[in-house]
Design a protein around this ligand. Sequence first.
Ligand code: PLP
Length: 354
Amino acid sequence: MNITIEKRQDPKAKPDWENLGFGKYYTDHMFIMDYIKGKGWNDARIVPYAPLQIDPSAKVFHYALEVFEGLKAYHAEDGSIKLFRPDANAKRLNSSAERICLPQLPEEMFIEAVEALVSVDADWIPKNTGTSLYIRPFIIANDPGVGVHLPDLCQFIIILSPVGAYYPEGLNPVNIYIEDEYVRATLGGTGYIKCGGNYAASLIAQQKAEENGYTQVLWLDGVERKYVEEVGTMNVVFVIGDEVVTPNLGGSILPGITRDSVLQVLRSWGLKVSERKLSLEELYSAAKSGLLKEAFGTGTAAVISPIGAFFIKGEKISVGDGKIGSLSQKLYDTITGIQWGNIPDTFGWIREVK
Ligand SMILES: *Cc1c(COP(=O)(O)O)cnc(C)c1O
């Protein structure tokens, strides 16, 4: 792929590396490529980061024709720049695009574009422990016209944001509200893809949880409201007795890359791992009987997010002793160790940016 590079003449001031937060700062450049029906993808370019000019009638604004990805680049101690499983993000972006009729993109093109942009803005990759460069690739339909039909014009864009350690004070367990009114996804819908529309539909439950003093929402299945599906914008994993349980991907659950990595690591340690249906009732009785040892969310941003307690209908279900579990901590250390290059990557997950 031929990528033209227009470098910014007036580089921005770098942020305070000690207080990056999440998604607060963006780098000097962005990647853009156009799609024209009949012609395919063309005009790959890296240009100064700036507002886009898009026709107000563009379908992305009216019908949420947008899909996205999230991955990170890491600055290893040996000075190399590492990406974690970018091939999996490329595949998932295509699966998302296919579901809402946006054009797909060759996987090599996705990876090449990510690498090119990360190289150009390499001086934006933070180096402090726990920090990384968050990469947000997305596809939008910028096709003007409010008629509802397949888009003829799209753009694939990548922006970069240096981010801090997700939990600067260490991994503190959070309290979760079990949502029994709103649902995130149903079979046949878009629960298994990363599209902006899913997030628009889920914010109300997040707001409700926060108003009631909880950090996040535990989503139940959309049909029976009986089975556990995800937590907030993460996949969810439980340690029940000597079994590690996570809801099976059945079409309404997002196939998280962190989820998959966690399962692979657990299996490599010889642990019993089940991907199966888990009812709220089973979770409740496991907690009551003391079998529920650990619970955590998994996702690119936080990697592992320990859960301290669940609340349903005014009742509190505590997990373990309310502190981070040993397996949760070990998984966090192992996966982030591989990402930052401190633990050998025996899974073939790391790709170095040249
Ligand atoms: C992105 C996302 C996840 C986590 O996926 P990762 O690939 O691990 O970052 C989980 N659930 C939802 C709804 C998501 O959008």
